[in-house]
Design a binder for this molecule. Structure first.
Ligand code: CUA
Length: 323
């Protein structure tokens, strides 16, 4: 492999990120040259020529002050709006993004597709399709970094972080851990394989069929006896979970929370943190009883549950099932 100063541009956002970077570098270079040029020019032009030389007194200039205030203000506002617009697009995954789950640990990346395929230090994705990563760590902070996609996101124990990208070129791209995480941090890497959609389908069906994430979650739900309290018809001591995902949940303290991945994870591991209005804090914690991968399976299972039969209202519900 030849040495490359710049990684290839292989995602929908990488071209824009590079343009912004070049703009910042150009502005910085321009002012560096102007300022250092002025320093040397003035140092020579106005050097002291004799021991008793006194310079003429200089008074302020309002027009000059205005010019060197307004121009940098305008430049920094361009940087701000340009950067913010890329940042916001980079932070908000499109609704149709393909979900992938990532669990990091010292020193590997474990990746799961909703169809059930698991990968270690490798991720296969289709080209031209947004991919959303929901990530957490089993131990310390890691960071998911794919230079060719110009994307980097911390992966933090105890919560979910997300990132997304849309690969634009089939190929093989380096994945790095970009947060110092211990002795083998530098070896914590892997590869993203971007495939043509039909190749991706072939890859998907070629792997070990196994159970989907949601099916594994359902098994776990049974093994942990969750249904004893979370009865599907809502008659249990704990809320029914059908159609919960994506909905706003009213809490006992009067506030409202959106039932997203993070809320479900927290409710499994720290049930006392948010009590649903009308229910008692009777749920025990499942911290230590279920792995991060298990939590992700439960999340996918709860996502796959449609609204409870007969409930009759479906507003604001997530599309059930990814099967
Ligand atoms: Cu994981 Cu550095």
């Amino acid at each position: 492999m030849s040495f490359q100063l710049f990684p290839v541009e292989a995602s929908s956002i990488s071209g824009e990120v590079d343009q912004l970077l070049f703009f910042l570098v150009a502005v910085a270079a321009f002012f560096t040259i102007v300022i250092f040029g002025a320093i040397f020019y003035f140092a020579i032009r106005y050097r002291r020529r004799s021991d008793n030389e006194l310079p003429a007194a200089v008074h302020g200039s309002i027009p000059l002050e205005i010019v060197w205030t307004v121009i940098p203000f305008g430049l920094t506002m361009v940087m701000f709006t340009w950067g913010a617009s890329i940042f916001f697009r980079e932070r908000r995954p499109p609704d149709n993004a393909l979900p992938i789950y990532v669990v990091a640990k010292q020193w590997m990346w474990k990746l799961q597709h909703v169809e059930g395929q698991r990968e270690i230090n490798e991720l296969h994705i289709p080209v031209g399709r947004p991919v959303k990563l929901t990530m957490t760590s089993e131990d310390v902070i890691h960071s998911f970094f794919v230079p060719a996609f110009r994307t980097k996101q911390d992966v933090v124990p105890g919560r979910y972080t997300t990132t997304w990208f849309e690969a634009t070129k089939p190929g093989k791209y380096h994945l790095f851990c970009a947060e110092y995480c211990g002795a083998n941090h530098s070896g914590m890497g892997g590869w993203i394989y971007v495939m043509e959609p039909q190749d991706y389908q072939t890859w998907l069906s070629g792997g070990t069929p196994g159970a989907t994430l949601a099916e594994n979650g359902e098994k776990l739900f049974e093994n942990l006896a969750c249904a004893n309290c979370h009865k599907a018809d809502g008659s249990g001591r704990c809320p029914a979970l059908g159609g919960l995902f994506g909905k706003d949940v009213k809490l006992a303290d009067g506030s409202t929370v959106k039932a997203d991945e993070g809320y479900i994870r927290e409710s499994i591991l720290r049930p006392a943190a948010k009590i649903v209005a009308g229910y008692q804090p009777v749920m025990p914690t499942f911290q230590g009883l279920v792995t991060e991968e298990g939590v992700l399976q439960l999340v996918e299972y709860i996502k796959s549950l449609g609204p409870t039969l007969g409930a009759g209202q479906a507003e604001g519900l997530a599309v059930p099932g990814n099967k």
